[in-house]
Design a protein around this ligand. Structure first.
Ligand code: C2E
Ligand code: MG
Ligand code: MG
Length: 267
């Protein structure tokens, strides 16, 4: 019953579109500069408060509601990129958007993304799409063709949660990827579990030898950041830098980073 209730609430929320918010979590490089953000959707339920995406994204995927919801997320992210493009402080920032298998398998997915990018005049180099390995289970050829078409327009792809799915090295070499994203489950105990350390190290080496960028997610401590940097991973995302923030707070974070850097430059 709870599931049925949540499904009907989700259906209503998707059609009214007023209960969703897009949060932004900073992505930082090893010199401490902000390079962009990952967009993470939040559902502000009228009675239940903030519902975690871990709860409603799987339901949205099962019911197909991920299609209109994903469209809203992409639209909001493109609009944000267009707004940021107008200000020197934010013009360089990238936005990473999570895309579900069902969205990607839509026959007109490429057209949908390009229409939004054109409508908002987005600099495609600043748009990253995050896909997961589980998406590659069927129809890999179709997915690769769509990725190639989007990449031809300058859009980059990051492989999220890398190492947790059915990692197949044979598709890695066929996908036109820009970046691997080390899953937070390996980062969590990277300092204490030698297996996690070995896996993180191997993912960095793999990305380097394949000419891919690499970013670690779930970085919560300075020690984890330093270890990853030592292995050659120079891009990070996690609570150590910032939690996912609503847009106003994220922009305040951008300004505070900006003035810190200015101060650093002056001294
Ligand atoms: P993800 O894409 O792997 O996102 C990273 C998750 O890790 C986020 O959870 C983020 O809040 C959390 N996180 C970030 N830094 C840390 C940290 O330092 N420590 C820990 N413990 N966690 C951290 P969130 O926001 O709950 O999202 C969960 C998942 O829901 C995402 O995982 C993504 O798969 C999915 N999701 C979120 N937004 C969207 C969306 O717009 N579309 C789709 N299709 N999926 C989404
Ligand atoms: Mg992600
Ligand atoms: Mg992830």
């Amino acid at each position: 019953m709870a599931r049925v209730a949540m499904e009907s609430d989700l259906r209503r929320a998707v059609s009214e579109q007023e209960q969703f918010l897009l949060y932004y979590q900073a992505q930082i490089d090893s010199s401490g500069h902000l390079i962009g953000a990952e967009a993470l959707v939040r559902w502000q339920h009228p009675e239940r408060g903030m519902v975690s995406p871990a709860e409603f994204i799987p339901l949205a995927e099962e019911t197909g509601l991920i299609l209109p919801l994903g469209h809203w997320v992409l639209t909001t992210a493109c609009q944000q990129l267009a707004t940021w493009a107008a200000h020197p402080e934010t013009a360089h920032l990238t936005v990473a958007v999570n895309v579900s298998a069902r969205q990607f398998s839509l026959p007109n997915f490429v057209e949908e993304v390009l229409a939004l990018v054109d409508y908002f005049g987005v600099n495609t180099a600043n748009l990253k799409l995050e896909i997961t390995e589980s998406m590659l289970l069927d129809n890999v050829d179709d997915i690769i063709a769509k990725m190639i078409a989007l990449k031809a327009r300058g859009i980059n792809f990051s492989l999220d949660d890398f190492g947790t799915g059915y990692s197949s090295l044979s598709y890695l070499k066929r996908l036109p990827l820009y970046q691997l994203k080390i899953d937070q489950s390996f980062v969590r105990d990277v300092l204490t579990d030698p297996n996690d350390a070995a896996i993180a190290k191997t993912i960095v080496a793999l990305s380097q030898s394949m000419g891919l960028a690499v970013i670690a997610e779930g970085v919560e401590t300075e020690g984890q950041r330093d270890f990853l940097a030592l292995q050659g991973c120079h891009n990070y995302q996690g609570y150590f830098f910032s939690r996912p923030l609503p847009i106003e707070q994220f922009e305040a974070f951008v300004s505070s980073m900006h003035s810190t850097n200015e101060t650093r430059l002056r001294h």
